[in-house]
Ligand binder design. Structure first.
Ligand code: GLA
Length: 388
C-alpha cells in the first residue's frame, strides 16, 4: 500500500480537494469465539494491517467513493440512501453514512478515497476496518462527537442492516478501542472493556489457511440461528436467563430435551468458551502463558467439535503449529469455516515458527499460506487522537 502522503496526494489529484486521512487496523481474536452476539466475553487485539480513508467535503449532496483496491469509483445521492441487496464493496462505507443519518446526524456531501492491506475473506475483519475508518472520516465532517463504544455500535448497525451481514460487536469494538501492545477483554453485554498487557516474551503469529470465509454467506447465520434457538429454549425454561451468557452447563443439561442436538452443541461451545475467556484473562494477567496456550488449544477443539465451524485445512494448521518449537497455543480465529489461525509463540522462535509452519502446511496441503508475525497496535480512536 502507498504511504499516507501519497494517499493524500492521490485524493487531491482525483477530487481536486485537500483531504484528511484516518486509519483503522484489522483485528485478530485471541479467544472468545461466537460469544459476542449472546452477550459473552471476547479477547481480541488490533493488528498491523489497516484501512486508510481520506475524506474531503463536497458542496453538493453527493457521496463519491473511490476504492484503490477495486480501482472503481461510485456515486450516491445522500438524500436517497437506503440498504440494497447488491453486495457491493461500497456497502460498508455507505452503510456508515446511512447509520449516521439514522442516528439523526446530517452527513454533508463528501469525497472519500479508501485503500487498505487487510487480507480479504481471511477472518481478520476487513469489513469492520473499512467501517471504522470511514466512520472516523465522516465524523470529522460533522459537529457530533461519538464515544468509542458508540462508534462500534454504529458500525455494527451499518454491517447488520445495510450490508446484511449478521455479525456481533467484537470486530468494530476492538478496531475502534484497542491499544498498542494490549489485548482487549470485552464484556459484550455491558460493553465494559479492559486492556490487558501482552507479555514481551511472546509474539502473535497469524497463519492464513487461504480458505475464504465470509460472514455474509450462510454458515455464520446458520450457526447463529442454532445458538439463538438454544438461548430461547433456555429462556423459556428459566426467564432469568436472558442471554446465553447467563446460563451454565447445569442449565443447558436441564434444557437439553427442549432443543435440537445441534443447538445443544453450539450452546455448549459458547458456555464453555465464556469460561475459557475468563480463565485466559487470569492466565495472562498472572503471566502463565503455558496455561494460556492450553486454553487456546481447548478452545480450538470446542470450535471444531461442538461449534463445527473449523475446516480440515485450519485443523491442519493448528496441529502443525502444536508440534513446532516455541508454540504456546494455537486456534482458529474469527467467524470460522476457513480463514486464519492465531498462534501465541515464544518471541525468540517466532520467525522460525512462521517459516516452518508455512513450509509444513505447503507440504501437507499444496497450499501456499501467508503467515505473519504481528504487532498489537492502536485502534482507530487512539490513532485519530495522535494525528490531531
Ligand atoms: C465474526 C463476527 C464477530 C464474531 C466472530 C466470531 O468475526 O464479525 O462479531 O461473532 O465472527 O467470534
Amino acid at each position: 500500500m502507498i504511504s499516507y502522503s501519497e494517499q493524500l496526494s492521490a485524493h487531491q489529484a482525483r477530487f481536486q480537494s485537500e483531504g484528511q486521512l484516518f486509519s483503522a487496523p484489522a483485528r485478530v481474536n485471541l479467544i472468545g469465539e461466537h460469544t459476542d452476539y449472546t452477550g459473552g466475553f471476547v479477547m481480541p487485539l488490533a493488528i498491523d494491517f489497516e484501512t486508510v480513508a481520506v475524506v474531503s467535503r463536497r458542496t453538493d449532496n453527493k457521496a463519491v467513493l473511490y476504492s484503490a483496491n477495486f480501482k472503481e469509483q461510485v456515486e450516491f445521492d445522500l438524500a436517497t440512501l437506503a440498504p440494497n441487496d447488491k453486495g457491493h464493496w461500497s456497502d460498508y462505507g455507505m452503510g456508515v453514512a446511512w447509520a449516521l443519518q439514522q442516528k439523526g446526524i446530517a452527513v454533508p456531501g463528501f469525497n472519500l478515497s479508501v485503500d487498505g492491506n487487510v487480507p480479504l475473506g481471511a477472518g481478520l475483519s476487513s469489513s469492520a476496518s473499512i467501517e471504522v475508518a470511514v466512520c472516523m472520516a465522516l465524523l470529522s465532517l460533522v459537529d457530533t462527537k461519538l464515544t468509542g463504544p458508540e462508534i462500534a455500535i454504529l458500525c455494527r448497525k451499518a454491517e447488520n442492516d445495510f450490508a446484511h451481514s449478521p455479525c456481533g460487536i467484537m470486530d468494530q469494538f476492538v478496531i475502534t478501542n484497542a491499544a498498542a501492545d494490549k489485548a482487549l477483554l470485552l464484556d459484550c453485554r455491558s460493553l465494559d472493556f479492559y486492556l490487558l498487557p501482552l507479555g514481551t516474551d511472546t509474539k502473535i503469529v497469524i497463519a492464513n489457511s487461504m480458505v475464504k470465509h465470509s460472514i455474509a454467506e450462510g454458515e455464520y447465520g446458520d450457526r447463529r440461528g442454532e445458538v439463538e434457538a438454544g438461548q430461547a429454549a433456555l429462556h423459556e425454561m428459566n426467564p432469568q436467563i436472558k442471554l446465553l451468557r447467563d446460563a451454565n452447563m447445569d442449565d443447558l443439561r436441564a434444557a437439553k430435551s427442549k432443543m435440537s442436538e445441534a443447538s445443544f452443541k453450539r450452546c455448549r461451545h459458547i458456555i464453555t468458551e465464556n469460561a475459557r475467556v475468563l480463565e485466559a484473562r487470569s492466565a495472562l494477567t498472572s503471566g502463565d502463558m503455558r496455561r494460556f496456550g492450553d486454553i487456546m488449544f481447548a478452545a480450538h477443539a470446542s470450535m471444531r467439535d461442538d461449534f463445527q465451524a473449523s475446516c480440515p485445512e485450519v485443523d491442519k494448521l493448528v496441529d502443525l503449529a502444536h508440534a513446532l518449537p516455541g508454540c504456546i497455543g494455537a486456534r482458529i480465529t474469527g467467524g470460522g469455516f476457513g480463514g486464519c489461525t492465531v498462534n501465541v509463540v515464544e518471541a525468540a522462535q517466532a520467525e522460525t515458527f512462521a517459516e516452518q509452519l508455512k513450509q509444513k502446511y505447503f507440504e501437507a496441503t499444496g497450499i501456499k499460506s501467508d503467515v505473519f508475525v504481528c504487532k498489537a497496535v492502536d485502534g482507530a480512536l487512539a490513532r485519530a487522537g495522535k494525528s490531531a
